[in-house]
Design a protein around this ligand. Structure first.
Ligand code: NAP
Length: 305
């Protein structure tokens, strides 16, 4: 059973080891290759958009395209990709996101900056409120948002979640979004990029946030209207924005985010896919495909994530 790896060549040394190890662990015999002289013989494609492959038409026998990335906006609209598309939900990626989000939320909650960068050696005994007094809103309560909500609640933060569909303890719809924003001291955006979520945080919605609110965006750059955010920061309405993702990456050197005193830029490092655990997720889907069981983490093309 041929399995082809189409991703940035720099990833191959790790996956060259991790994929055969996970296949052996699952008792599946498969050859993992990086080139397919006969695309019609390939059963599964392990894929990241960092690979040049754009035309999936020749892969007539392929049972699934297994994404190494959690976000699939760069391939979900590819008309040649008619095979089932599964995205990455990796326990290590989730763990990394929880750590990044908790770290940045705590930074702002505790006001760490004024003590870490204090060139004037100012004795400034400002005691932060308790976490229970600071509401965090998470936009996007999927695999990552839910895990972040659990971790923040464990630290005593009251957490409001908002998602597309109704689910217990989670707001949804326009009225739900308005309520979630109006009560948020810190907003964490963990939505996928789709036509519905693009510019979700526009000027009108940013205006709903209480003065001084902080935005933490590890989701996708396009979720935020950049000009509106910069204007809200300049006006002092938004206290700080910690941004991990951008419309253009790497963030261009002349982008105003780099020099804005109340913006923190991190270079898309909130959560990485780890080869050893991701390979197990990939192989679980291969096992399912071979056993005739439904795939996990299947992307719904109609909703775009
Ligand atoms: P997921 O499990 O698919 O969850 C997505 C969540 O967003 C779901 O709760 C979904 O609502 C909600 N949603 C989607 N469209 C919506 C809309 N129009 N209105 C309201 N809610 C909407 O995805 P995930 O695994 O948590 O990942 C989320 C995103 O994180 C990824 O798409 C990717 O962009 C980003 N990410 C970033 C990094 C990084 O390093 N910075 C790493 C991994 C992922 P329902 O629950 O109702 O479906």
């Amino acid at each position: 059973m041929p399995l082809i790896f189409f991703a940035a060549p720099s990833l191959w040394p790790e996956y060259e080891v991790a994929l055969p190890a996970a296949l052996a662990e699952a008792g599946i015999e498969a050859t993992v290759v990086t080139e397919a002289p006969e695309p019609g013989l390939v059963d599964y494609i392990v894929y990241a958009p960092s690979a040049p492959l754009q035309d999936f038409t020749p892969f007539t026998r392929t049972k699934a395209v297994l994404s190494l990335w959690a976000g699939v906006e760069r391939i979900v609209g590819n008309a040649t990709l008619t095979q089932p598309l599964c995205r990455m939900v990796d326990p290590s990626l989730t763990e990394g996101m929880v750590e990044w989000v908790a770290g940045h939320v705590l930074r702002h909650h505790l006001g760490m900056d004024r003590h870490i960068v204090n060139p004037g050696h100012v004795w400034n005994p400002v005691c932060p409120p308790l976490a229970r007094e600071r509401r965090v809103t998470i936009l996007g309560m999927g695999a990552l948002g839910t895990a972040c909500a659990e971790a923040l609640r464990a630290l005593n933060f009251p957490v409001t979640g908002w998602s597309r569909t109704a689910k217990p303890g989670c707001l949804h719809g326009d009225a739900g979004l308005e309520a979630a924003l109006r009560s948020a001291a810190i907003v964490v955006t963990l939505l996928p990029k789709t036509p519905e979520t693009e510019n979700l945080l526009n000027a009108a919605r940013l205006a709903l946030l209480p003065a001084g609110a902080v935005i933490v965006n590890p989701g996708r750059g396009a979720l935020i209207d950049d000009a509106a955010l910069l204007a809200a920061l300049d006006a002092g309405h938004i206290g700080h924005a910690t941004l991990d993702v951008f419309r253009v990456e790497p963030l261009p050197a002349d982008h105003p985010y780099w020099s804005h005193p109340r913006v923190t830029v991190t270079p898309h490092i909130a959560a990485d896919t780890r080869a050893s655990s991701a390979a197990r997720v990939i192989v679980e889907n291969i096992r399912r495909g071979e056993a005739g069981e439904p795939f996990i983490n299947l992307v719904d093309r109609s909703r775009g994530y």
